[in-house]
Design a binder for this molecule. Sequence first.
Ligand code: NAD
Ligand code: DAU
Length: 327
Amino acid sequence: MTGGAGFIGSNFVHHLVAHTDYVVTVLDKLTYAASREALDGLPENRVQLVVGDIAEADVVDPLVASHDAVVHYAAESHNDNSLDDPSPFIRTNLVGTFTILEAVRKHDKRLHHVSTDEVYGDLELDDPKRFTEDTPYNPSSPYSASKAGSDHLVRAWVRSFGVRATVSNCSNNYGPWQHIEKFIPRQITNVIDGVRPKLYGSGENVRDWIHAEDHSSAVLTILEKGRIGETYLIGADGEKNNLEVVRLILKLMGQPEDAFDHVTDRAGHDLRYAIESGKLRSELGWRPRFQDFEAGLADTIAWYQQHEDWWRPHKDAVEAAYAQKGQ
Ligand code: NAD
Ligand code: DAU
């Protein structure tokens, strides 16, 4: 698999070790977003880490040749970074996915490509519709455009070259090991530091939250039971606006619920994401297990309180970069 030292990829590695007999090789470049520690303590006979770049064919090709399947998580993943400098997003998300596709094509290996609901653009707040597998692509940011392009590459390799691939598009994940540049961990670590949470713009933007563990169980289900060439949307009916999430974090951390600030909005900020995951549920029998968002958030807060040694070294630099942009 690729990207197994990142937030969601490392959750998937733990999920595989706990629930299957698979032996896993993680190919990860260990960028700023990676946490080698997230793989600590896993059995050496089950998990091996190879440090390398998915955009380099001489790294990817022999690894693909010696494995049965590839689950592709590696990506540049943060929208705000893609607005500051899109170039690594093009290289990793597009050239990297192309490099993997050429290797699975050459060696005839099964591929599962992990993608995002952001490829569909956004919905109005009062739109009764949610995203489905038939929603037209309409990405807004350099990040989501690069992921949309990677999805199109996968589908072209399926149709033109017969590559055995599936695609999944998931909504916003939360849980342990998420980089503190992202919304929920940024606000939790701000409150720990006595700093008021920062809401972009009005805070009315809606995200459809799913626990990373549910994303992992869905990807494993698709890898094992998904129909080749198909796309499955992954979501757990977790729509919340950012104001609600910040108020809940403040409440759970014993602060007044209005102790936050509005800051400069994100350019091109998507208004609302919402996933209809009926296909995955009815065809493959998948169900989310972590549907109590308040309980999941409380556990996540406790995790960040207990793992300050992991995030503390990065906090000042993350906040300095946001402060320069008025965020
Ligand atoms: P992350 O930024 O936490 O981790 C990305 C991982 O990829 C890191 O370990 C990094 O070192 C690795 N990586 C980056 N460039 C690489 C390269 N060129 N070669 C090898 N490794 C490289 O990301 P995440 O939030 O865990 O997201 C993982 C995947 O899930 C991404 O494809 C993302 O688009 C998708 N996704 C994320 C979410 C979410 O809410 N975070 C939701 C839906 C889909
Ligand atoms: O929908 C799936 C996507 O979810 C994934 O593809 C991305 O990899 C992942 O990063 C996430 O994208 P978002 O842009 O939705 O997540 P982020 O955590 O950056 O922001 C969530 C919401 O919170 C969004 O509306 C912007 C807002 N926000 C974010 C930050 C960092 C704030 O209001 N304040 C903040 O400080």
